[in-house]
Design a binder for this molecule. Sequence first.
Ligand SMILES: Nc1ncnc2c1ncn2[C@@H]1O[C@H](COP(=O)(O)OP(=O)(O)OP(=O)(O)O)[C@@H](O)[C@H]1O
Ligand SMILES: [Mg+2]
Length: 389
Amino acid sequence: MNKVFFYTRQQYFKFKSSQLAQGFEFLSGSTFDHIEYIKWLDESKRYYVDITSIVSLLKANESQLYLFERLLNGFKDNTTFICDKVYEDDVKYIFRNVLDDYSDVEIECEEIPVEKDAASAGKFALVRKITDLNDSELTKFFEDFDTSLYGHQQFKEEFQNLVTSFRVFNRLGEHKILSLFLMGDSGIGKTEVARAIHKALGSNSKLAKINFGNYSSHDALNSLIGSPLGYIGSDGGELVKRVCESDVGIILIDEFEKANNAVFNYFLDVLENGKIVNSQADEYDVNGYIIVFTSNITKDNFESKISPELRSRFDYKGVFNLLTNKDKQKFVDFRVNQIISKYKEFVSDDIPESLFDDIVNQIHVSQYKNMRDLNKKIKDTFVSLISYS
Ligand SMILES: Nc1ncnc2c1ncn2[C@@H]1O[C@H](COP(=O)(O)OP(=O)(O)OP(=O)(O)O)[C@@H](O)[C@H]1O
Ligand SMILES: [Mg+2]
């Protein structure tokens, strides 16, 4: 006899991403409209087959019960069935002759009541978004954001105005996602914007990040949202996985220019509808999210690479300038202090009093454009001074 796990709508994505991480594959019962298809399954793999669609079909019309009983009996031990808990009673009755072992999935997901439309869209109430913050939380958010990101004063002011307007129009249902398209030289804080928002929203999870530099342009959409429906071994894509793993409403899309037209069109939809859908038709509500797109293209290339439809949907599109020497100096002071205090905590607090000044005096910020190079210089200087002390 076979086992069934029941999941609730709130648990599903977390359950799925945790099981994908353990090597399970997810398939819909509808993939097996012919019993022969079971032969395609790889005996060395472990599968979850979701029988929700089969149960809802049989509930309306039991005439095919015989075929589906045979189908469920045909799976080997490497397959476990899963089903939406709303069908629990139906499953237990309809498949009384083939299933007898039932449990609920064990994934903690508090079922907090959320706004009506959100509940029906299946989003996690636990995700903290910019649209959820009250006024004092918002003030604190901007303070934290400003401290994490050095320079880019003009952007920061525009960002505040955009957020203020977004919070109003999101509530009116007119603005689903706040999208920022950041261009400019390497190592000046484009990706850092997303990290700073993520931190200022108080996240305890990893930043939901997709980097198109890691995908071949040819199958970028498949990597993003999974292979076409029904294809065995399809995993539902990286985007839903990353978003499910995160506890805050921010998504980072790095090196966006390296994607292709199919991906650009996909994001056109996401920005318009506030929903992420993957190839398996799993839907994830990202209404109220901020999406940061970063790119190294120039302003001119931006116009030739990104279609006018998509361009016009970005709420902010701008080129980040190099940091001023003053801002670079702030970065140096912060990093040196950070490294010294970590060193004291984890290695030894026996360091010269003057270490901070000695490091800072050896670094001439005007020689650096890319903060990664500056960071490397800070580390090298630290190591050289600490080894001679
Ligand atoms: N404005 C900034 N404020 C704070 N830290 C910064 C800033 N700019 C750069 N950094 C630091 O430098 C590192 C590199 O910056 P970041 O990742 O944002 O680069 P980027 O602009 O996205 O460049 P690339 O186009 O190469 O991805 C960051 O991890 C951060 O530590
Ligand atoms: Mg970057």
